[in-house]
Design a protein around this ligand. Structure first.
Ligand SMILES: [Zn+2]
Ligand SMILES: [Zn+2]
Length: 366
């Protein structure tokens, strides 16, 4: 199948829109006619080396579309099904999958640039194989994925909005509701008000947090944070001692702090912001060589917890349909998250806008 795709070829911060060939699905695979794909910070992270994935690679891991072809042996999908891509291709057999922690599947970690099983169904115009980001590569008009990387949803919600569930919304909302399991009445602080941070704020609202503090350095993002449910906003660029200010605002410290940026310095701030017995959750993805420093004694004396959250601790086939139904019930904002729509030819502009912090979420519409 002829398709346009957004490809990273190893040049710093540069993406290309190319005509590619997508092969039909093999055993256990499906071909999706993509409807939309969010442009996520992790896509940008591939282009600047923060996420070192092997080029040439088709970007995109936050997509939704309609099944166009079904490979041999696929029983759970039919042509016409509405689906969201999942960027962990769960094997269903490893110790993580069988203990309900599919987001940590050890097979998925071992195949970051191919489909499950190591296959590729994508070639460039000269016939050279193209890798696919996180088993997806869904920033393309067509994509062939392993069926374990695809989640069927009811065809009740617009696919451009459902695409966001595939990464940013699941990651942020899930960090609060799945990983932290925030209790009603909690005081929460969210560092970073991009697509993931805004979704974490929505998770805090869903969990019944009574005080939700958004921290960012951009006024437009703090404004967005209020519309997504933040009760207070703090401009970190205007605070001489951010931790002190946040501990004062939260009357001695937050119950939960969510780091949605991906930097060790902010992880340390998030940890210092929580009160005794509190929990700091690291959601953002830092560069491989980035480290953090915390006061070791505080772990014992203050019974604090520093915890990571990957992909919102999702069990995709449970959580994605759940988020679609929350959207339908008016309890999850997705429309407001999309601040710009792009054609695939405008992908370079979409990446530039992301790098400049201009969007909550930009979405490529196919
Ligand atoms: Zn993402
Ligand atoms: Zn597994």
């Amino acid at each position: 199948m002829q398709s346009k795709a957004v490809v990273f070829r190893g040049e710093n911060l540069t993406v290309h829109v190319e005509d590619i060939l997508v092969d039909p699905p093999g055993p256990g695979e499906v071909m999706i006619k993509m409807a939309a794909c969010g442009v996520c910070h992790s896509d940008l992270s591939v282009t600047n080396g923060t996420l070192p994935l092997p080029p040439p690679i088709i970007l995109g891991h936050e997509g939704a579309g309609v099944i166009a072809q079904v490979g041999p042996g696929v029983a759970d999908f039919q042509v016409g099904d509405h689906v969201i891509s999942s960027f962990v291709n769960t094997c269903g057999k490893c110790r993580y999958c069988v203990t309900g922690r599919a987001n940590l599947c050890s097979v998925a970690i071992g195949t970051p640039g191919t489909l499950l099983g190591g296959h590729l169904r994508t070639r460039d115009a000269s016939g050279q194989p193209l890798n696919v980001m996180a088993g997806c590569g869904v920033m393309a008009e067509y994509a062939t994925l392993h069926e374990n990387s695809v989640v069927k949803i009811e065809p009740v919600a617009p696919l451009d909005r459902c695409a966001l569930i595939g990464c940013g919304v699941m990651t942020g909302w899930g960090a609060v509701c799945n990983t932290a399991k925030v209790e009603a009445g909690s005081i929460c602080v969210v560092f970073g008000a991009g697509g993931v941070g805004l979704s974490a704020i929505q998770g805090c609202v869903a969990a019944g947090a009574t005080m939700i503090v958004a921290v960012d350095m951009l006024a437009n993002k703090l404004e967005m944070a209020r519309t997504f449910g933040a009760t207070h906003v703090v401009d970190a660029s205007k605070s001489a001692n951010l931790v002190k200010d946040l501990r004062k605002l939260t009357d001695g410290g937050a119950d939960y702090a969510f780091e949605c940026v991906g930097h060790g310095d902010i992880v340390a701030q998030a940890y210092a912001t929580v009160r005794k017995g509190g929990t700091a959750i690291v959601v953002g993805v830092a560069r491989p060589d980035n480290t953090t420093t915390i006061r070791t004694a505080s772990l014992a004396f203050e019974e604090k917890t520093l915890k990571g959250s990957y992909y919102g601790s999702t069990r995709p086939r449970h959580d994605f349909p759940r988020l679609v139904s929350l959207y339908q019930a008016g309890k999850l904002k997705l429309d407001e998250l999309i601040t710009q729509r792009y054609s695939i030819d405008q992908a370079p502009q979409a990446f530039d806008d992301l790098a400049q912090g201009r969007n909550a979420r930009g979405v490529i519409i196919f």
